[in-house]
Design a protein around this ligand. Structure first.
Ligand code: F6P
Length: 327
């Protein structure tokens, strides 16, 4: 390792996700192990702009591996989108003498980092932290597994009451632009159908599935709706179905932000620890402008511009499988 770095920073940005704290811990402790000073920057890129830096020692990250959210707080910075905001951020980084940065976040975070590197040639490595799993270059993002388990448990509970009352439930899950949470939680929860933004939703097809179930005496059903589905959110889809097909007593549940909270699963803790550790090693090796991810258990690096938005394919065959298994 050609270690010329003395000080690095770490921040979390965008929507929080379970496992971000485990990743912060890994960055801090790996940095200290290599003799670096590590600074935490609060509230994402806003902290860079507002000079909100705090020196982190090993004890600052004790007892956080199991905690959801992020001890550094997070934000979607509007100011960092502006050139003057990024200039302020760069001045503050220089003032503190930082030589590199680890950013933990999703699409918006890496888009900002990519622009910043091009403008100021500053070394940044990204760790994928989002429940949405919509980043290319990693099988899973930090927080996705925990969110899936949260949704699955909620769906199990809804199924109890759905079957007791013979009801049809539309359950809305997060994922503005991506259906990963909907698809996998739908399979795990045995949903009768799953609606995702990546495929066109036909209300008539959905009704045909419900009708088939109804005819073979299926008394209750659960439809998972991704919040970004082209047919609308769960309330809208339920209304569209009800207009044409009224055989079921219908209810809607929007799971919302409970999907973002909670103690990270063991999978997320291990992934976050690995990627935080590898992010610091990458900075020390002179890498920059890349997201560190894991594919088939191997650590891989992907340039930011490749990792962001809409590049990761959803497994359409799994949708088909889910339908077959639910009928
Ligand atoms: O990007 C993660 C995410 O949880 C999306 O799934 C969701 O659409 C969005 O954040 C919600 O953001 P906010 O917390 O700002 O409402």
């Amino acid at each position: 390792m050609t270690n010329t770095m003395k000080k690095i920073g770490v921040l979390t940005s965008g929507g929080d996700s379970p496992g971000m704290n485990a990743c912060i811990r890994a960055v801090v402790r790996t940095g200290i192990y290599h003799g670096l000073e590590v600074y935490g920057i609060r509230s994402g890129y806003n902290g860079l702009i507002n000079n909100d830096f705090i020196k982190l020692d090993s004890h600052h990250v004790s007892n956080i591996i199991q905690r959801g959210g992020t001890i550094l707080k997070t934000a979607r910075s509007k100011e960092f989108i502006t050139k003057s905001g990024r200039e302020k951020a760069y001045q503050n980084l220089k003032e503190h003498g930082l030589d590199g940065l680890v950013v933990i976040g999703g699409n918006g975070t890496f888009t900002g980092a990519d622009i910043f590197i091009r403008e100021f040639d500053f070394p940044i490595i990204g760790a994928p932290g989002t429940i949405d799993n919509d980043l290319y270059g990693t099988d899973a993002t930090i927080g996705y597994d925990t969110a899936l388990n949260t949704v699955m448990e909620a769906v199990d509970k809804i199924r109890d009451t759905a079957s007791s009352h013979d009801r049809l439930f539309f359950v809305e899950v997060m994922g503005r632009d991506a259906g990963f949470i909907a698809l996998r939680s739908g399979i795990a929860g045995g949903a009768e159908d799953i609606l995702i933004p990546e495929t066109e939703t036909h209300i008539d097809e959905l009704i045909a599935i419900l009708e088939k179930g109804f005819r073979r005496n299926k008394k209750s059903s659960i439809i998972i709706v991704s919040e970004g589905d082209d047919a609308g959110g769960a309330f809208e889809v339920a209304a569209k179905v009800k207009e044409k097909y009224n055989h079921y007593d219908t209810r809607v549940t929007v799971l919302g932000h409970i999907q973002r909270g909670g103690s990270p699963s063991s999978f997320d803790r291990i992934l976050a620890s690995t990627l935080g550790y590898e992010a610091v090693n990458a900075l020390l090796e002179g890498r920059r402008g890349e997201m560190v991810g894991q594919i088939n258990k191997e650590v891989v690096f992907t340039p930011f511009e490749k990792s962001i938005k809409h590049n990761k394919d959803i497994r359409h065959d799994l949708l088909e499988m889910a339908r077959i298994l639910a009928t």
